[in-house]
Design a protein around this ligand. Structure first.
Ligand SMILES: NC(=O)c1ccc[n+]([C@@H]2O[C@H](COP(=O)([O-])OP(=O)(O)OC[C@H]3O[C@@H](n4cnc5c(N)ncnc54)[C@H](O)[C@@H]3O)[C@@H](O)[C@H]2O)c1
Length: 280
């Protein structure tokens, strides 16, 4: 077994389920201690118990500053350092045409996704600046890189997370602290099952749907795909990577599609006014 995070201490928010849970598993497998934070208490305690004595669950609502602080001080009490902070907690939030979104739902979406990430960055940065090391990983989305990938409030929040990642990276680099984010798309988790199928438990059906729409033939995104990207950003292997947004999206945002692009069919060389070939 490789030990890419040997004795590193990590905090992961939104770790009771999906990507956060899978990341906690991989971080532990690679030798880390992980403090898991989430508002799903029973599930979080079950996950931590399964992960063993290198894992601890704490109830943490990422919109509550004192709870985020408590999560981080729990982690720093393990070995005295905080090596990795993964701001992953999320919801889909408000979903409606732009002229019908309720203000309080729009604001709540931003509060959980943006303010929650900000609080995690803020309190991790305080500790990491002091120790002059650390890796902060924020959870963005392809909806934060281009229009048309998610509901309005969610897309707004995820664009903000990409921006905050870059700005925090620009400040914290001088302390040896790196800040990066991950932009997944179409990953089989309860959040995506609810968003795509209206049933957060319909995982088999979701995998089938995602595989059918994937640019990578028949390949749905998994929580482990994103966890492995987080592992790279958490480990010293990414020591020169800062302010980056790492897509885990089968190429969606760079133009890959599930259907054959018509312009890649083989036809004679195309010239002006319908002429074909290199010469008349
Ligand atoms: N699944 C995808 O396709 C996908 C794509 C792009 C980005 N993401 C992002 O990945 C992250 C994880 O999502 P997931 O797909 O694993 O979903 P998930 O629902 O399985 O996990 C999200 C976790 O966040 C927790 N959470 C929600 N509100 C919270 C709060 N206020 N405080 C603390 N915890 C809270 C939930 O309880 C849950 O355990 C989210 O930020 C999401 O936006 C997911």
């Amino acid at each position: 077994m490789s030990r890419r995070l040997k004795d590193k201490v990590a905090v992961i928010t939104g770790a009771s389920s999906g990507i956060g849970e899978a990341t906690a598993q991989i971080f532990i497998d690679e030798g880390a201690y992980v403090v898991l934070g989430d508002i799903q208490r029973d599930l979080g305690n079950e996950v931590a118990a399964r992960l063993g004595d290198r894992a601890k669950f704490l109830f943490c609502d990422v919109t509550r500053e004192e709870q985020v602080e408590e999560l981080i001080s729990e982690a720093t009490s393990v070995t005295g350092t905080l090596d990795v902070m993964m701001n992953n907690a999320g919801i889909v939030g408000a979903r409606a045409p732009i002229d019908q979104i309720l203000l309080d739902e729009f604001q709540k979406t931003l509060e959980i996704l943006v303010t929650g990430s900000f609080l995690g960055i803020k309190h991790a940065a305080a500790k990491m600046k002091e120790q002059e090391s650390g890796s902060i990983i924020n959870m963005a989305s392809t909806a934060g890189l281009s229009g048309g990938f998610g509901p309005h409030a969610y897309a707004t929040a995820k664009h903000a997370i990409v921006g905050l990642t870059r700005n925090a990276a620009a400040e914290l680099c001088r302390y040896g602290v790196r800040v990066n984010c991950i932009a997944p798309s179409g990953v089989a988790t309860p959040l995506a099952a609810q968003a795509h199928l209206g049933d957060f438990t319909a995982m088999d059906k979701l995998r089938e749907t995602l595989a059918g729409n994937s640019p990578l033939k028949g390949r749905a995104g998994t929580a482990e795909d994103v966890a492995n990207a987080a592992l790279f950003l958490a480990s010293d292997e990414s020591g020169y990577t800062n302010g980056h947004c790492l897509t885990v999206d089968a190429g969606f945002t760079s133009g890959s599609k599930a259907t054959d692009p018509q312009h890649m069919a083989s036809v004679p060389f195309m010239r002006e006014a319908g002429k074909e070939g290199l010469e008349d």
